[in-house]
Ligand binder design. Structure first.
Ligand code: TYD
Length: 133
């Protein structure tokens, strides 16, 4: 199965413009405990480079675009996040990297847990070890 699990957000716009609603346990397949967004990313900066042990996230570029890499320790897949109606689900123990942020990029992330630094795996070798155990 592909590592890339798209989550489609039906646009609810009308003649006035567009609207997307994100609802926990409905459009987003978990209860949302935390929302954060990454914006104003400086040129040539790449972010992420970590995995989580127990965290599900949905990421969507509400404006602009970035290139995302997901890696489960055996497969590495790369794609563009470039639509406010298309998010990607990132499950536990998946290494993520974000590259090539457009200047206007606002990357919105919905998370299943509160922030917990001890849940991060920031070392790629350690990540590989944990995917194999
Ligand atoms: P980090 O997750 O390392 O960013 P990246 O997306 O590049 O991997 O987060 C950067 C900093 O922000 C780090 O010091 C932790 C802090 N942070 C919070 O305090 N709460 C949060 O919800 C997030 C995502 C990060």
């Amino acid at each position: 199965m592909s590592l890339i699990q798209w989550v489609h957000f039906p646009p609810l716009g009308d003649a006035r413009g567009s609207l997307v609603a994100l609802e926990g346990e409905k459009t987003v397949p978990f209860a949302i405990k935390r929302v954060y967004y990454i914006f104003g990313t400086q040129p040539k900066v790449a972010r992420g480079f970590h995995a989580h042990r127990d965290l599900k996230q949905v990421a969507v570029c509400v404006t602009g675009s970035c290139r995302m890499i997901l890696d489960d320790g055996s497969t590495r897949e790369e794609f563009l996040l470039d639509s406010p109606t298309k998010g990607v689900l990132i499950k536990d123990l998946v290494w993520r990297e974000m590259h090539d942020f457009s200047e206007d990029c606002v990357l919105l992330v919905l998370a299943s847990e509160h922030y917990d630094e001890t849940d991060y795996i920031r070392d790629y070798e350690q990540f590989l070890k944990e995917t194999k155990s």
